[in-house]
Design a binder for this molecule. Structure first.
Ligand code: AMP
Ligand code: MG
Length: 502
């Protein structure tokens, strides 16, 4: 965005987005060039000014036909070379072979000057029609899942968690079949690259070492140029992706985010949260919660995410072994996962509890906290938010926090430990409260909030999406006028099920 004091930047009109196409310069085996399938009579469902600002796009464009037609796939931007990329992957722990962009079409990359390296964002239409990689699918996305992806991408960004972004969703009355007939939609996503762990696995399992090297060089040169001059850039790449993935898992755990489908084809080579499907935010705390109704075994349950992140890095390491050379060097690149994860989570938990110092016994305090939360299924977001209001010398004011626990005695016992710990560092309530509220959000995308916005949108009232976006873009602010959006889920929400179907 235009920073105060600097000369105003010119915001682009839609046709002034000059797209680059670095991915299209890779050999043809990496993708199929094709046009999106037009979406009949499209209309704008939602668009985000913060996402548009990343590519200096004027939000006034949202209201134009050109915007809606472009991001429905009905109109091509100048310089665009649309394509669908090929990749493979492990799904639910099993090698699934070739997958690829079955319904996503890359338009090209727009300059994104304020976003750090490589200073571009790829624009991708999700739900833009059949591709050679569609397999049994219809190439479409439904309105419901597109709204969820849009809201969650932007909510995660505002929470400071690495993620692909979402520019907009367009809709159509065209029906597509899922469990029931639903209407089609196209979500426009943005990321510096959509290359996945599965992109590397694709070439490894097809025994194509030359292509594997081309892909690794492309990723290093574009996204990790600082690794180019290391002794073994491929080993350095694996080590850095492993580190980022470990940190991402720590951030997910600390905010209570559950991805739902952590297959290797959904793992970003940049360590971004990618491919929002049956995700969820933890509400009533249960470490074994499975947010994806289709995941019967609980492979991707909340408590499993950190180790699955590690497993996925091993799958990437296996695929990169021919480039790295030695098994030992590959192992070495992977071995920091545990310590990186543990250290980052430890930092995040100290911040969540408002602790400035670190003491050897803190791990026990955290374990006892999660045990008490588990025992009472305390609401994850409200617990940490209200903990920021705890007054160290006045247990008699604990009611709002204490009321989140069915087992009050368990909470009381833990609160004694916590208060003792606060005293040990002479914690000052007022300062601690500000610090805690800056890391423990008041507002997250609870399923019932998304569902309310979706049901209105299905009746062509899109107002709730914009309202929610505005709230979720400031998740740490009190926003007293929106306090009802921080409330526990209503009874009807306990029946909500989120599946892979999207
Ligand atoms: P996901 O688990 O949603 O990340 O998707 C796994 C694979 O299925 C990817 O290759 C997707 O492109 C593909 N896919 C999912 N839904 C569809 C669909 N409706 N049409 C075509 N391909 C799809
Ligand atoms: Mg996917």
């Amino acid at each position: 965005m235009n920073a105060p004091g600097l000369p105003p930047q010119l915001l682009h009109r839609i046709d002034d987005l000059s797209l680059g196409n670095s991915f299209a310069e890779l050999p043809p085996a990496f993708y199929t060039r094709l046009m999106p399938t037009p979406l009949p009579a499209p209309y704008l469902v939602c668009a985000g000014a913060s996402a548009a600002a990343l590519i200096d796009l004027d939000p006034a464009e949202f209201a134009t036909d050109d915007f809606v037609e472009t991001f429905s796939g009905n109109r091509t931007l100048p310089d665009s070379i649309p394509l669908a990329a090929v990749y493979s992957g492990h799904q639910f722990g099993v090698w699934a072979g070739q997958l690829g962009d079955g319904r996503a079409i890359l338009l090209g990359e727009a300059p994104a000057p304020g976003t750090g390296h490589p200073g571009v964002l790829e624009l991708q239409l999700k739900g833009a029609g059949l591709t050679p990689y569609s397999r049994m699918g219809d190439g479409r996305a439904v309105l419901r899942s597109s709204i969820r992806e849009f809201l969650c991408s932007e909510a995660m960004a505002a929470l400071g968690i690495p993620t692909s972004r979402a520019l907009c969703v367009t809709g159509s009355d065209q029906l597509v079949m899922r469990e029931t007939p639903e209407t089609a939609a196209v979500a426009t996503r943005m990321a510096p690259t959509f290359v996945r762990f599965g992109s590397f696995e694709h070439w490894f399992y097809n025994d194509k070492k030359a292509e594997l090297k081309i892909l690794a060089d492309y990723v290093i040169d574009r996204c990790y140029p600082e690794l180019r001059d290391t002794a073994n850039p491929y080993q350095a790449l694996l080590a850095e992706v492993t580190r980022r993935t470990a940190h991402l898992m720590a951030q997910w755990q600390a905010i209570g985010f559950m991805h739902g489908v952590m297959n290797t084809d959904n793992m970003s080579i940049l360590g971004l949260t990618l491919d929002y499907g049956p995700f969820g935010f933890m509400e009533a705390f249960d470490a074994n919660h499975i947010c994806n109704h289709t995941d019967r075994q609980g492979r991707y349950a909340y408590s499993m995410q950190p180790q699955i992140g590690h497993w996925n890095c091993y799958a990437l390491g296996q695929a990169m072994l021919p480039l790295i050379g030695e098994v030992d060097d590959t192992q070495a690149a992977l071995q920091n996962y545990q310590s990186e994860y543990a250290a980052r989570l430890d930092d995040l938990l100290h911040a969540k509890l408002g602790l400035q110092s670190k003491l050897p016994e803190d791990g026990k305090l955290f374990d006892a906290m999660f045990a008490a939360m588990q025992g009472s299924h305390a609401d994850f977001t409200l617990f940490f938010r209200r903990l920021g209001d705890l007054q160290a010398d006045r247990p008699e004011t604990d009611a709002p926090l204490r009321d989140l626990f069915i087992d009050r005695a368990a909470f009381d016992a833990w609160a004694v430990q916590y208060r003792t710990r606060l005293k040990q560092e002479n914690s000052l309530d007022s300062r601690r409260s500000i610090a805690m509220h800056a890391v423990n959000p008041k507002y997250v995308l609870r399923n019932y909030l998304a569902q309310t916005a979706i049901e209105k949108a299905q009746r062509k009232d899109f107002s709730e999406i914009g309202k929610l976006l505005g709230i979720l873009e400031k998740p740490f602010d009190e926003q007293p006028e929106n306090a009802q959006y921080a409330a526990l889920p209503p009874d009807w929400a306990s029946h909500l099920e989120v599946s892979c179907s999207s």
